[in-house]
Design a protein around this ligand. Structure first.
Ligand code: 13P
Ligand code: SF4
Length: 305
């Protein structure tokens, strides 16, 4: 059934988007209706690459604060809008720039690799950024025995398991992904014995150990598209099922846990996207001195294909 109000809201968003020469980027965890009005839906790496090359004047970032900040770091001449200024990432807030400076003093020879789920100030103190899609590649090509990885201990442990490299880990974590337990995966396996299991590398190691693959959100989308996948247990934020179902009619997707919800991602709604385009707020900016330093770490990541 067509909802008249929502339909007209979508039309108003699309009209304003044209008038403003805006591009709408949406993360794979956004509400389905927000994904559906976006120009691009993707993982953190894909969206930052798009933000770096778009010729739009305005980027409406439907995601969380660090993602909008990364878009600004790469494209400071553009207006970057985050439709709800309160959409943060608790993991990103688990390390401050001051804490990282302290840790660097303890490990003066270490190369600092920072998950893109971090503030611009923390990126500015880092040598490399990485996302869940390229963390293994980034760490593999670092020519230093000593690596400090912040802030996600579980992505860090996953990278260690895949690269055999030693790293000092910061004890951060994603409150949404730690909600997924090995019991959840085992229950799904009992209910769907023929299903494959894919999880996000922010999950706990004991959850990753039960999975066939641990991939970034868009990695999960590509994996689900494989011809041999008919049933898939999915260990990440539940909204990813919108795109999985849309792109794979006829396949069965089972959320590993209904509790894997990111409340910050859920702050972005269609009416806030419209309001944001109407008022050209809330804008995300980064002071130039921090931006330039943070960009060096992000650029080093983007150079790694
Ligand atoms: P992706 O880069 O895999 O999309 O992950 C971002 C994120 O915040 C996962 O919780
Ligand atoms: Fe941050 Fe976790 Fe939400 Fe991703 S799912 S944005 S890591 S809190």
């Amino acid at each position: 059934m067509i909802n008249r109000r929502d339909n007209s809201m979508e039309e108003r968003i699309l009209k304003l988007k044209q008038e403003r020469n805006a591009v709408i980027l949406a993360h794979n965890y956004q509400y389905g209706e927000v994904q559906d009005i976006a120009d691009y839906v993707g993982d953190s790496l894909e969206l930052s690459r798009i933000a770096a090359r778009t010729d739009a004047d305005v980027i409406v970032f439907c995601g969380v604060h660090f993602m909008a900040e990364t878009a600004f770091i790469l494209s400071p001449e553009k207006t970057v809008l985050l439709p709800d200024a309160g959409a943060g990432c608790p993991m990103a807030d688990m390390i401050t720039a001051e804490q990282l400076r302290q840790k660097k003093m303890e490990l003066p020879g270490a190369t600092v690799v920072t998950y893109v789920n971090s503030t611009a100030e923390v990126k500015a103190e880092s040598d490399y950024c990485c996302t869940s899609a390229n963390g293994v590649k980034v760490v593999t090509q670092i020519d230093n025995e000593e690596i400090l990885f912040v802030p996600d201990q579980f992505l860090g442990k996953f990278i260690i398991s895949r690269t055999g490299r030693e790293m000092t880990l910061w004890p951060g974590y994603c409150p949404t992904h730690v909600n997924i337990s090995p019991e959840d995966i085992n229950r799904c396996k009992r209910d769907y014995p023929g299903a494959k299991i894919v999880v996000h590398p922010e999950c706990r190691p004991e959850v990753i150990a039960l999975a066939d693959e641990a991939l970034s959100t868009s990695g999960i989308i590509r994996y689900a598209g494989r011809a041999d996948i008919r049933e898939l247990i999915v260990g990440t934020e539940v909204e990813i099922l919108h795109r999985l179902k849309k792109e794979n009619p006829g396949k069965k997707f089972i959320p590993a846990s209904e509790k894997a919800i990111c409340p910050d991602m859920k702050l972005i709604t269609l009416d806030k996207v419209l309001k944001s385009l109407e008022t050209m707020t809330p804008e995300v900016k980064v002071p130039e001195e921090i931006r330039v330093k943070a960009k060096a770490a992000v650029d080093r990541m983007l150079e790694i294909v």
